[in-house]
Design a protein around this ligand. Structure first.
Ligand SMILES: Cc1cc2nc3c(=O)[nH]c(=O)nc-3n(C[C@H](O)[C@H](O)[C@H](O)COP(=O)(O)OP(=O)(O)OC[C@H]3O[C@@H](n4cnc5c(N)ncnc54)[C@H](O)[C@@H]3O)c2cc1C
Length: 366
């Protein structure tokens, strides 16, 4: 049996642990400072919307392509996972021409004729009479999902427990410490590093190319039909963005947001919060029945730090102090919508590591 320690209980660590545990013949321990149920600025996953809006360019779209069918299945067949189907609208602003609609997120979501129209069901370009105002030059709509992270993360944890994963709360200062934290008492054969934005501060990793992309949100009780949307930018600031979505099962409506690189500030900024709410009401006055932002019923203000990595996600293995470490961090703003694709790649790397360990194990018996 292979002994594995997963460092991190965000969506990345939980999904990897679950996919590995389902295969059997592994003893898995998840070690984490923060667990589902916690709200802390160092723990990104609870703060996400979260929805599926494909962001990668097509050549890097493997993670999103492999994840989408699984999230769609969960939305349709597993209601207790807290995911529901929702139409998504992507608006391309006239002011963002002629940059092929690359807004502050610098992704291909806003491209005209996007690759993902082949992936997402019911894709259609919106006719002019369905665009919200004159500043929106064009837009599209497709079937997506919205994940209530307050339900989905505990659901993932429960699934892991069902398949035998053991959870341990601990703070690790060096990645090598994790190898000695298996519940079996044995040294781990493999450590999976799913430490998110804290990969920038973790001994043995200290990835200086990881930094937060700070996202401020307002979660409200108000709901409106067809409100899951985003725009290619906004007039207020280059590091502010516009999106909204209503979470499944009474999770409220999430209004966003910001994308502030290098900013670790955990405190919601009041002026930004007002701008977030104003922009949401401009696009969806029906959220408050035409009564303006004063009629928004606020559940909470929040800040989450997307784990941005300059060269994109790191999914690779390396030996650190004699133990195989498989890295899976740096998912920026797409950690949910790429979670199963990334976990699949992690499983492949775990298999490679096991294969490479076998000769060493045989030799040690001689
Ligand atoms: C406002 C906002 C909106 C977003 N919207 C979306 C969306 O709509 N769709 C989408 O797909 N994604 C979205 N994201 C991005 C998504 O939330 C992240 O990509 C994802 O949550 C990253 O998950 P993770 O598991 O890698 O990191 P985290 O959730 O941060 O988990 C890291 C884990 O590692 C543990 N850890 C780290 N270091 C240590 C240590 N030294 N010792 C012990 N434990 C440690 C932590 O305690 C934690 O358990 C959004 C993010 C934000 C902030």
């Amino acid at each position: 049996m292979t002994t594995i320690v997963v460092l991190g209980a965000g969506v990345s660590g939980l999904t990897c642990a679950l996919q590995l545990a389902k295969r059997g013949d592994v003893a898995i321990t998840i070690v984490a400072k923060h667990m589902p149920g916690d709200y802390d600025v160092e723990y990104t996953s609870p703060w996400a919307g979260a929805n599926v809006l494909p962001m990668a360019v097509e050549k890097d779209s493997r993670w999103e392509k492999r994840t989408w069918p699984i999230l769609k299945h969960l939305a349709k067949e597993v209601p207790e996972a807290g995911i529901h189907l929702q139409k998504a609208r992507v608006y391309r602003l006239a002011k963002d021409e002629p940059t092929d609609f690359k807004g502050p997120l610098d992704d291909s979501l806003f491209a005209t004729d996007p690759w993902y129209q082949k992936l997402m069901d019911d894709f259609r370009e919106l006719p002019a009479n369905e665009l919200p105002h004159a500043g929106v030059r064009s837009g599209c709509e497709f079937q997506s999902v919205c994940i209530n992270t307050a339900i989905y993360l505990p659901w993932l944890l429960g699934q892991c427990v069902k398949y035998g994963v053991v959870f341990k709360r601990a703070v690790v200062s060096h990645i090598s410490e994790a190898a000695n934290m298996s519940h079996t008492g044995k040294k781990a054969d493999i450590v999976i590093n799913a430490s998110g934005v804290l990969a920038s501060r973790l001994g043995g990793v200290m990835d200086a190319t990881v930094q937060p992309a700070r996202g401020q949100i307002v979660v409200v009780r108000n709901e409106a039909p067809n409100n899951m949307m985003t725009t290619s930018g906004c007039d207020d600031s280059d590091d502010e963005i516009v999106y909204s979505m209503t979470r499944a099962a009474g999770g409220g409506t999430v209004l966003g947001g910001t994308y502030q690189l290098g900013n670790w500030d955990p405190n919601p900024e009041p002026n930004v919060a007002v701008r977030i709410m104003k922009r949401a009401i401009e696009l969806h006055p029906e959220l408050t029945g035409g009564r303006g932002i004063e009629a928004l019923s606020i559940i909470r203000h929040g800040v989450g730090l997307r784990p941005y990595r300059k060269d994109g996600v790191r999914i690779e293995k390396e030996r650190i102090d004699g133990t195989w470490v498989v890295h899976n961090y740096g998912h920026a703003g797409w950690g949910y919508q790429g979670s199963y694709g990334c976990a699949e790649a992690v499983v492949d790397l775990v298999d490679e590591a096991i294969a490479e360990m076998k000769p060493a194990k045989r030799q040690s018996k001689l």
